[in-house]
Ligand binder design. Structure first.
Ligand code: URP
Ligand code: ZN
Ligand code: ZN
Length: 473
């Protein structure tokens, strides 16, 4: 098996940093060594097949993006990245594993929907992948099927308090699903927004002629995120279900999570880069139909109300535990433009899978989080949260050699066209300048990205079975 030595770098983990060389044999890390180590008098670098020079650079565990939607059907169309294009873009950006969502639509069986997602992903992926299961219809059958997910290596499922008539579950359904989830050792993931109330506001805004993308953010008011988050926490409390709230954007929802955690509850929250950097005023409120680029749910929040700074703060204090992208890209032409004249018809989603590691590193540059916290929220905690730790999320003997060499002196300009690899006709991050660069990416020992070239092939990524959540209090 091929051996690789990553030499001269600073290895950064969730708990510290230090100079070390990383020795890889085949797909696994076999040792972290004193820089320049010799073996039986021979310089180790001369005995391996490949040497990666990481001098002056950080060596970190590959990113894990635990919230993506490749080829997701939504709003009468399908997310523009499939597993091939989306995972290749992920690899370019230093993400070496994704957890996507298999979608059980209303009227469908859970095992069939999971099989569909397996068929879409198998042989296509650049990096390793797993699935969470979306339950779009909670009933006797799907509850029974939920119990069988761990046998499939799937240990988390998602419910929606939003999108009535599509994925929505009412409180009775949520209660039953949480009871089953708790009993089965599953992590309940929740899209926490009050969908029926949002639909009333949407109808009223449209009737007043308020049709621009900006009103997507008005209709999906923070009160409706806070309320749903609180309700989800209370139902989780009652049922004993560990709860993970996805794409948290409102500071008031963060406060609900923090309060539950202060009571010792197994309640966790993720945010996404868009809620840290972008806003209702600057982005959703952009002139004309431009704001459609940033229509996603939960929506971007008001900068005037300071949600962004408070969400950053929650990441510092562990009131929020990790950052995923909710990668769900739609092109402006032929997809987002379905909502010209009616914001409620704009497919919801932003594409960021390629930029998460860079965007969060910018938080290190700006002094918002430490280097170690960067690794923790982008790799180590996602691994622990979703039952992958030991194999993923850490550079240690025995772990998969999913490794990123990150250059703090490099630079990344994000823009349109050739500056990203996602299958989109625009970028939600156009104009962002990052003081850092993903130089080399290894996935299970194989170099996928180096010297500005892509060296992987589709099918390099494999399905990974997961253990139960390793983050419970
Ligand atoms: O806008 C979003 N988030 N689109 C994807 C579906 C979801 O709610 O996660
Ligand atoms: Zn959602
Ligand atoms: Zn999502």
């Amino acid at each position: 098996m091929a051996t690789t030595l990553i030499t001269g770098g600073t290895v950064v983990s969730a708990t510290g940093r230090g100079a070390a060389d990383v020795l890889v044999d085949g797909e696994r890390i076999v040792a972290l060594l004193e820089p320049g180590s010799t073996v039986l008098g021979a310089n180790l670098a001369e005995t391996v097949d490949t040497v990666v020079d990481a001098s002056g650079k950080y060596v970190i565990p590959g990113g894990i993006d635990a919230h993506t939607h490749m080829s997701m059907p939504f709003g009468g169309t399908t997310a523009a990245d499939d597993f091939e294009t989306g995972t290749r873009a992920a690899a370019w950006g230093g993400t070496t594993m994704i957890i996507d969502f298999a979608v059980q639509k209303f009227g469908e069986r859970v095992p069939e929907s999971l099989q569909t997602w397996h068929e879409m992903a198998a042989g296509q992926c650049a990096v390793d992948y797993s699935f969470h299961q979306i339950i779009g219809e909670v009933n006797k059958e799907s509850l029974a099927e939920l119990r069988r997910l761990p046998d499939e290596g799937i240990t988390s499922y998602k419910l929606f308090m939003a999108y009535p008539g599509v994925f929505y579950s009412d409180d009775a359904q949520i209660l039953r699903a949480m009871q089953t989830g708790a009993d089965t050792g599953l992590l309940t993931m929740m899209h926490a927004e009050n969908g029926p109330a949002i639909d009333v506001l949407v109808e009223q805004l449209l009737a007043q002629g308020k049709t621009d993308p900006y009103y997507h953010g008005v209709a999906r008011a923070w009160q409706l995120e806070e309320e749903a988050t609180h309700r989800a926490i209370m139902l989780a409390d009652l049922t004993g279900a560990p709860l993970y709230v996805v794409h948290v954007s409102a500071k008031q929802a963060v406060a609900q999570l923090a309060a539950a955690r202060d009571r010792g509850r197994n309640v966790f929250g993720e945010t996404c880069p868009q809620y840290l950097y972008l806003s209702l005023e600057d982005n959703l409120g952009a002139p004309g139909f431009e704001g459609a680029k940033w229509v996603c749910s939960t929506p971007l929040r008001s900068r005037e109300e300071d949600h962004q700074n408070q969400v950053w703060q929650a990441l510092r204090t562990n009131d929020l535990q990790m950052v995923s992208t909710d990668h769900c890209p739609f092109c402006m032409k032929g997809q987002k433009d379905m909502g010209i004249g009616d914001f409620s018809k704009i497919p919801n989603g932003i594409g960021s899978v390629e930029h998460r590691m860079d965007l969060m590193y910018q938080g290190v540059v700006e002094g918002r989080i430490t280097l170690e916290r960067w690794v923790e929220i982008t790799s180590t905690t996602p691994a622990r949260m979703f039952g992958l730790y030991g194999r993923k999320g850490v550079l240690a003997p025995g772990a998969d050699a999913d490794i990123v060499v990150y250059d703090p002196d490099g630079h990344t300009s994000i823009g349109m066209g050739k500056t990203h690899h996602m299958n989109m006709d625009h970028s939600a991050w156009e104009g962002y300048e990052i003081d850092g660069h993903v130089d080399v990416v290894l996935s299970r020992g194989k170099v996928l990205v180096a010297d500005g070239e892509y060296r992987g092939r589709k099918g390099d990524g494999k399905f990974v079975r997961r253990d139960p959540c390793q983050y419970l209090i």
